[in-house]
Design a protein around this ligand. Structure first.
Ligand SMILES: Cc1cc2nc3c(=O)[nH]c(=O)nc-3n(C[C@H](O)[C@H](O)[C@H](O)COP(=O)(O)OP(=O)(O)OC[C@H]3O[C@@H](n4cnc5c(N)ncnc54)[C@H](O)[C@@H]3O)c2cc1C
Length: 417
């Protein structure tokens, strides 16, 4: 029996493993838009979260199975049509994530100097072709809008110093940026009170104990309100209200509703808030919106699959593609187990793997950036080897033209459009 899995982030890879475990005669073709597997474990999770990054070997294990072929640089909806997949395979599992950031929805959000957390995350995660944040990377006064862990990730990475990232996978040239800003103030503005944020205790402890960073909180005129009955709320309620003398500062501002952003001729951004004390405004060099990702079915955001049709009986959604941008790796694994068992139930009982269609035929002439698993492994090995000199798991290669020893043409830049 044949299954196509679209996307090789955690949900896709967990689904592949669950399908392999459930059906000995399954042949699985994985199609991945990026030229590397791992989805947000490579391009979302912060580089200083070494433990989560170390999950990658387990996640990648199913790609070693002879029943699986992985095809990078193949975007479903662009290089392969949804209909062709549904017609060709016994089942098609969409594990395409939820990549569209949610907008701030205030006047001024499109002025230069206002970016989305994804721009910062793509930059520090060395996502190919997505380094536009570099022009802002020396900003001193930064406002991050958001009350969840992504806001903490961005703030923490912007306050880290180079030494602390040496054993991470951040490329050498990018590492130098973390040393180039001597003085930096990051403010995290949250629309709710400190008792109602979505910050997790682990991430809060991490950011409030950063080396060389002074942390303070502004709870508004009423002080911390609401029941501080979670560990996170207690950590926030106990933060000092004033900074000690330090070159790097982090300030939490609660009960602060963003109203509008205006750009001065000088390039500074004036940001207006509504607070319990009345309207206020502050100036910043950069505003980062970290208010989450849109819930969108895979064929809605791609703009390639314009006909929004319901799922066919052999099409399935898993992970963030199914549930929206929520949940950690453990949730992706649970989702994958559930969906894999649904897939197995609908798969025919009597067909052999030999009936499988050749993905090369499906892909012929469609994607000049197509990367096979063997080609990806060359690059993967190069990354791991170069990590050794910094005691890092790997050091990421960013651009296509940085191809190491493998055949250069395999990593040529894909044609535009
Ligand atoms: C900034 C950030 C930090 C996070 N930090 C942590 C953390 O520290 N710990 C933790 O447990 N979780 C963390 N998470 C959550 C974790 O990343 C998610 O739970 C998990 O990645 C969801 O997996 P997924 O496979 O559903 O989606 P994704 O990881 O987004 O994978 C989707 C894959 O599909 C591919 N794809 C998309 N469209 C197509 C297409 N049309 N054709 C082919 N391929 C396609 C993408 O390239 C990608 O590889 C974080 C998330 C974010 C955003």
């Amino acid at each position: 029996v044949t299954v196509a899995v679209i996307g090789s982030g955690p949900s896709g890879l967990y689904a592949v493993q669950a399908l392999l475990d459930a059906r000995a005669d399954v042949a699985i073709h994985v199609f991945e838009r990026e030229r590397t597997p791992l989805g947000l474990v490579r391009f979302g999770v912060a580089p200083d979260h070494l433990k989560i990054r170390s999950m990658e070997d387990r996640l990648l294990a199913p790609l070693d199975d002879h029943r699986v072929t992985w095809h990078g640089g193949v975007e479903v909806g662009k290089h392969v049509a949804r209909e062709d997949l549904a017609d060709t395979y016994d089942a098609v599992v969409y594990a395409t994530g939820a990549p569209l950031p949610r907008r701030l929805e205030v006047p001024g959000e499109d002025v230069p100097g206002v970016v989305h957390a994804r721009d910062v995350i793509d930059w520090y995660n060395a996502r190919p072709g997505r380094s536009s944040f570099v022009e802002h990377s020396a900003a001193n006064d930064i406002l991050v809008i958001g009350g969840g862990n992504v806001a903490l990730d961005v703030a923490r990475m912007l306050l880290r110093d180079k030494e602390e990232l040496r054993t991470s996978d951040v490329p050498d040239d990018l590492l130098d940026h973390f040393d180039s800003v001597a003085r930096r103030a990051v403010t995290i503005a949250v629309r709710r009170g400190s008792a109602a944020t979505k910050f997790t205790a682990k991430e809060l402890l991490e950011i409030t104990t950063l080396k060389g960073v002074s942390v303070a909180a502004d709870h508004g005129i009423q002080g911390p309100t609401g029941e501080a009955d979670t560990v996170s709320a207690r950590i926030l309620a106990q933060l000092p209200t004033r900074h000690i003398n330090a070159d790097r500062r982090l300030t939490f501002v609660f009960d602060s509703v963003l109203e509008r952003i205006d750009r001065h001729p000088s390039g500074r951004l004036r940001v207006a808030f509504r607070r319990d004390s009345g309207p206020t405004a502050d100036d910043f060099d950069l505003v980062v919106g970290a208010v989450g990702y849109q819930r969108s079915a895979p064929w809605e955001y791609g703009r390639y699959w314009t006909d929004v049709e319901p799922l066919r009986s052999n099409e399935f959604l898993v992970g963030w593609a199914a549930n929206g941008a929520q949940g950690l790796l453990a949730a992706a694994r649970t989702s994958a187990a559930t969906v894999a068992s649904q897939v197995v139930q609908m798969l025919p009982h009597d067909r052999r793997a030999s009936s499988l269609s050749d993905p090369e035929v499906l892909l012929a002439g469609r994607s000049d950036g197509h990367v096979t698993v063997a080609e990806w492994r060359v690059r993967d090995q190069h990354e791991r080897q170069s990590g050794r000199r910094r005691e890092a798991r790997r050091i990421k290669l960013r651009e296509y033209d940085e191809a190491p020893t493998g055949p250069q043409t395999l990593w040529r830049r894909p044609a535009q459009g």
